[in-house]
Design a binder for this molecule. Structure first.
Ligand code: UD1
Ligand code: CA
Length: 445
């Protein structure tokens, strides 16, 4: 089956300078939620209109794009993609602003369509308050969809509504698109009118209204996103993840988390992040696009594009930036920033430190206040610290520089030259004591 996503509409009520369908929901543009669901069923086409160029930037390469210059109605939108329709294949219609339609529901729709050998199968819902939606009018074997604005008071009583999602027989829709007119209350070419031409038509009623709800403004956007977040968190909890308070934990759809890991409140886990088992994450932590092993503790920290192996502890108040790799049993403490840095097994950097473009061996101790001076104003330079080295407190390691195996640097040193293995380096002025100096000054007065 082919899938056509209609997304030409303006989205006026979003009150935005950006097209509606590129607004992100849990990190993913609205239209990409639909595309990710759609592509399971077959080739995907999208009808764009308003600011099409901006929407295109978010679409995967294998999507066929059709342009509807003027938004003359849903029927007209499909007509703009007429060459996409294959007479020998069914056509599923979805909407760019109905992001949470599920594969399970669409599978049911497809099953009904195939079983009944239909020309069209409509996904419908029963609503207590159906105002605004097209109503499903069943007359014998035939079905008519009447738009709210065209409905008589009698038809307005009907509670079965058109979700706007259908499967059409390719040949049927291709033939009947040309029969549409715009003689209705809105002066639009209604896709719904094609339904009335069908001899073989039925509906599938969905119970889950959330899945078929469209997003029109930013209030709905927040509400639906909240519901999606709840569902993501519930799925993880049912898989064995402990989330202390799921109302205040924000986990994006592609995140994977292992059993018995605990997620504390006010934690954001984003992008393509994977977290192992028995970890403690949060509170107040943000992790993005990172891979984290088992039994890792991360408290009040920011982590991005980082690899963390097992038994590591991070935070509070650490910032691990892109290209950080922490090996087994590393300890990164408060106010430590890392970037493009490999930290070897069992190494500790516990306080007030910046490690950038550094390669650090195992069993190293990085003293409080150590800074790798990796930037000379033009270029970045590497720092290497070998196994067992001990960097004294408040050191500046001026890169490029290498500290050898088991070497020690004195507290307060500015290290500008390589330090050989097993050596002590002191890079600071020697202390002078002037005895009695203060007393002499006092007595002078
Ligand atoms: C449509 C259905 C209605 C159904 C409702 C469900 C028709 C005539 N009516 O209503 O029966 O209950 O959806 O939400 O189809 N779009 C275009 N080009 C256009 C017009 C619309 O691409 O010219 C796209 C919009 O971007 C949107 C979708 O189609 O994603 C639906 O359009 P919208 O105006 O919200 O739906 P209605 O026509 O009101
Ligand atoms: Ca409309």
């Amino acid at each position: 089956m082919k899938v056509l996503i209609l997304a030409a509409g303006l989205g006026k009520r979003m009150k935005s300078k950006y097209p509606k369908v590129i607004h992100k929901i849990l990190g993913k543009p609205m239209i990409n939620w639909v595309i990710d669901t759609a592509r399971v069923f077959g080739k995907v086409g999208v009808v764009l209109g308003y600011k099409a160029e901006e929407v295109k930037k978010f679409l995967p390469d294998d999507i066929e794009i059709y342009i509807q210059e003027e938004q003359l109605g849903t029927g007209h939108a499909v007509l703009c993609a007429k060459e996409f329709i294959d007479e020998n294949e069914n056509l599923l219609i979805l909407y760019g602003d109905v992001p949470f339609i599920s594969q399970v529901t669409l599978k049911k729709l497809e099953q009904e369509h195939l079983k009944m050998n239909n020309e069209v199968t409509i996904l419908t819902a029963i609503l207590e308050n159906p105002a605004g939606y097209g109503r499903i009018v069943k007359e014998g074997n035939k079905i008519r969809i009447v738009e709210d604005k065209d409905a008589t008071s009698e038809i307005k009583e009907i509670k079965e509504i058109n979700t706007g999602i259908y499967i059409f027989n390719g040949k049927f829709i291709k033939k009947n698109l040309d029969n549409l007119n715009n003689k209705n209350a809105q002066g639009e070419y209604y896709l719904t009118d094609v339904v009335s031409f069908a001899e073989k038509v039925s509906t599938v009623i969905t119970e889950d209204i959330f899945e078929v709800t469209g997003i029109n403004d930013k209030v709905q956007l927040a509400k639906l996103e909240k519901e999606m977040r709840k569902r993501i968190n519930e799925k993880l909890m049912l898989e064995g993840v402990r989330i202390i308070d799921p109302e205040v934990v924000y986990i994006e759809p592609n995140v994977k988390i292992g059993k018995d890991t605990i997620i504390y409140p006010f934690t954001f886990i984003e992008g393509e992040t994977e977290i192992g088992e028995d970890c403690e994450i949060g509170p107040m932590t943000r992790i993005k696009d990172s891979k984290i092993g088992n039994n890792v503790k991360i408290n009040r920290s920011e982590i991005e594009k980082t690899i963390i192996e097992d038994n590591v502890s991070v935070g509070p108040f650490s910032r691990l930036r892109e290209g950080t790799h922490l090996k087994n049993k590393v300890k990164i403490g408060n106010f430590v920033e890392t970037k493009k840095t490999l930290v070897g097994e069992n190494t500790k950097a516990q306080h007030l430190t910046y490690l950038g473009d550094a390669t650090i061996g195992k069993d190293v101790n990085i003293g409080a206040g150590t800074i790798t001076c990796n930037y000379d104003g033009k270029k970045k330079h590497p720092t290497t610290i070998e196994d067992g080295a001990f960097i004294g407190s408040n050191n500046s390691l001026v890169a490029p520089v290498k500290i050898g195996k088991n070497a020690i640097t004195g507290a307060g040193s500015v290290i500008t030259n390589d330090v050989p293995d097993d050596s002590l380096a002191l890079g600071r002025a020697r202390q002078i004591n002037k005895e009695g100096w203060v007393k002499n000054k006092r007595e002078e007065k």
